[in-house]
Unconditional design. Structure first.
Length: 201
């Protein structure tokens, strides 16, 4: 079972529900080598972005995940989804969302004198209510190896192992520093803030 950060987060409170179901599947299906961080917000120069889920392992790397729940339709490159509602809505291309959020995160971490070098970051689109996708993927920016459907979520550890290339493990302190940058622990007092490393286990 993977580590949930923050550990006090109630998965049932995550909205939309499809993201909560993906988080639960990742927690249950990944080993304790993994950290699962839902709803990672990013603000840079007044511009807001969010990564639905970040999962990280010192041996497998980091995945930025965008979740699209319910039936999904793509017409002339435009995505449509239901988003926990009975009505279909236009939605952003998930890879474009991830690229934007990743660029914002890089800027934010650079402001903190941190970088994402050698963390082996990959993008992943998760469609938890879809059984399969075309063998060629979902357009030039979303090849099949960047897509998880309901079937891949049944055994996410195995599914990830099929697409991860061999690489040296991320040093422990560097890995923890990345987790801490995304989910910091801070105690604020009248004397100022004390920063503490997030404990992963």
């Amino acid at each position: 079972m993977a580590w949930l950060v923050p550990s006090t987060l109630k998965i049932g409170d995550i909205r939309p529900h499809s993201e909560g179901r993906v988080v639960q599947a990742l927690i249950d299906g990944l080993s304790q080598d993994w950290v699962v961080m839902p709803k990672v917000p990013i603000t840079v120069n007044g511009q807001n972005a969010e990564i639905d889920v970040v999962i990280a392992s010192p041996h497998k790397g980091v995945f930025f995940i965008e979740v699209k729940g319910g039936p999904v339709r793509i017409k002339d490159g435009q995505w449509y989804a239901y988003l926990d509602t009975p009505q279909e809505h236009k939605v952003k291309n998930p890879i474009e969302q991830l690229i934007n959020a990743k660029h914002q995160l890089v800027k934010r971490l650079q402001q903190q004198n941190k970088n994402l070098h050698d963390l082996y970051i990959r993008d992943l689109v998760v469609l938890p209510d879809v059984g399969s996708v075309p063998a060629v993927g979902l357009g030039p920016g979303i090849p099949p190896e960047t897509i998880f459907t309901r079937l891949e979520l049944e055994d996410p550890e195995r599914s990830i192992s099929r697409i991860v290339q061999e690489h040296p493990p991320i040093p422990v302190e560097r890995f923890k520093a990345f987790i801490h940058a995304l989910c910091p622990t801070v105690e604020l007092t009248h004397e100022g803030g004390n920063f503490h490393q997030t404990e992963i286990g």
